[in-house]
Design a protein around this ligand. Sequence first.
Ligand code: MG
Length: 380
Amino acid sequence: MKKIVILGSTGSIGTQTLEVCRMHNIAVRALSADKNTALLEQQAREFKPEYVCVYSESSCPDIKQRLADTDIKVLCGMEGLCQLAALPCDTVVNSVVGMVGLLPTLEAAKAGNDIALANKETLVAGGDLVTDCVNRHGVKLLPIDSEHSAIFQCLMGAGDNRPEKILLTASGGPFYGWTSDQLRGVTVEQALNHPNWSMGAKITIDSATLMNKGLELIEAVRLFNVKPEQVEIVVHRQSIIHSAVEFCDGAVIAQLGTADMRIPIQLALTYPERLPSPAKRLSLADIGSLTFGRADEQTFTCLAAAKRAIALDGNAPCAVNSANEAAVTLFLNKKIGFLDIGEAVNGALDAVKFISKPTLEEILETKSAAEQYVAAYFGG
Ligand code: MG
């Protein structure tokens, strides 16, 4: 029986991962949440892990009290997350939000655990630090992000044939086709209303600004070892084709399916095997037609910033990612406007000192510098 650890079990990916565990009798060694102790308790009582962890230290007394009648060990903070990641298991599912996932990912690799990654910020910001660590310790980095799972699936069976191009599909988010003038007044409520996917708040805002696609472009470069110019973003409103690869003979292989994250989650846990899934089946005849278009980088400036950052590489992707995390928090708290996010991300990229081969310390310093830039930019 497979044994896994889930970092970020109370979020959208975490809860769907537990659905997959329930279906296929996958054992859960450990669960973690940021601060949703009520759901974490409920999950712990059902899945009976040996450990739980809350990232937010202030939630620690509460979860300890909630689980006082069990023999589940309770850990807290970054140290707790890193301990969970290093527990002997088959796979660590990293579905935390933001760069918080970086250190636990490195710990999981060092401990020889395969990593199922939903936390793209870690790979974007950590760059070579993550991929080198994964390679050095001979563990697998299995993508959960639907596009990257699709690319991964398109490459299953490709042998030594490398893709010439990756076609990264994008739904375009709720504001596809909008002008800057229209975007200026966008509210948090409008931005949280994604047309195709139901996700957590941070990634939903990233989808609305197209920062998510920028982060995914960087993620694809890292995961599949291609150059940024080999990744083409294709707006595909229906989210049926989850991405595609093109080979040197011009053949394009795509992966299709309904928009159900349980498919990529399950494959990341059972790879190379495929198991039955209750995911709704795709009926192309019912859908009738699929459409494609280009992304508007002039209007969606976060995407332009992400492209500039990966062209530079080094600590630049970390700078844009960290500036974005800080700006999205301010936007969700209604402190700044929708277009301010792109301003902050581009500004931070120009302002933060560039380092071509950053160490882990320098990556963490870049994160702080980008956050400070954003705070200062908005007078915080
Ligand atoms: Mg995605």
